[in-house]
Design a protein around this ligand. Structure first.
Ligand code: C5P
Length: 223
């Protein structure tokens, strides 16, 4: 069986991260969180106090292996509110997107043999990073429900933030991600749309697994 590529795109806090992690474990797929590279770029950009006018020379001097190592090493810090907002702003830039998409496409090609496939999760996975994917999903939920879920997560992590702040931050990111000129968040061509506003995590997993089994039956023997 050739190795399968599955993409899950959708707005922030739609549940695509947890879903992708769970599915990739069950199917022995490599899980690629594409947003972490935009967060990593934002972290480095901030740390180096880069002037936007020097962006091109900053990118051309960035070593890909060092960049990946920076992302791996700083993973936890890259979820701060500051980095999250900067990531979404910088993600509009075509040069930054080219740099990151090239890394991500390279990782699909050099996928380790031990995996049955790869799940990519983000905003442009089914449209730009892997337009030839075997199966594409677009996962969404109402802004209100996404804000409630994200707030629950923050409370668990003991982050001091109000519901209104979470709601407004998500709304702002939705607007930026959907309206940017390059690779805006959109339903990729051929994607299965799942609105999980009224489903809990287990129900969403079951819906997604059933679709995977019906579209790629060979994966039934892989779990
Ligand atoms: O998915 P996550 O919330 O970690 O992504 C952080 C930001 O990176 C998003 O708000 C979006 O602007 C950007 N992003 C993107 N394309 C992706 C993944 C993330 O533009 N494939």
């Amino acid at each position: 069986m050739n190795r399968k590529v599955i993409t899950i795109d959708g707005p922030a806090a739609s549940g695509k991260g947890s879903l992708s992690k769970k599915i990739s474990k069950e199917f022995n797929f490599y899980y690629m969180e594409t947003g972490i590279y935009y967060r990593g770029f934002a972290g480095l950009f901030y740390q180096n106090q880069v002037n936007i006018l020097d962006l091109l020379s900053f990118i051309s001097n960035l070593n890909i292996a060092d960049f990946k190592e920076y992302v791996r090493h700083n993973n936890k810090k890259l979820y701060s509110t500051k980095v999250t907002k900067l990531a979404s702003k910088l993600a509009k830039n075509i040069e930054i997107r080219r740099f990151i998409v090239k890394i991500q496409q390279g990782m699909i090609i050099s996928l380790e043999k031990k995996f049955n496939g790869i799940i990519l999760e983000g905003r442009d996975c089914g449209s730009v990073v892997a337009p030839e994917a075997d199966l594409k999903f677009y996962l969404t939920a109402s802004l209100k429900v996404r804000a409630e879920r994200r707030l629950k997560q923050f409370v668990k992590e003991k982050k001091d933030i109000s519901y209104d702040q979470v709601f407004n931050d998500l709304r702002e990111r939705d607007v930026q991600d959907k309206n940017r000129e390059h690779s805006p968040l959109q339903k990729p061509k051929g994607a299965v749309v799942i609105d999980n506003t009224n489903y809990n995590f287990e129900e969403t997993i079951n819906i997604v697994k059933n679709i995977i089994f019906s579209k790629i039956p060979t994966l039934k023997n892989k779990i």
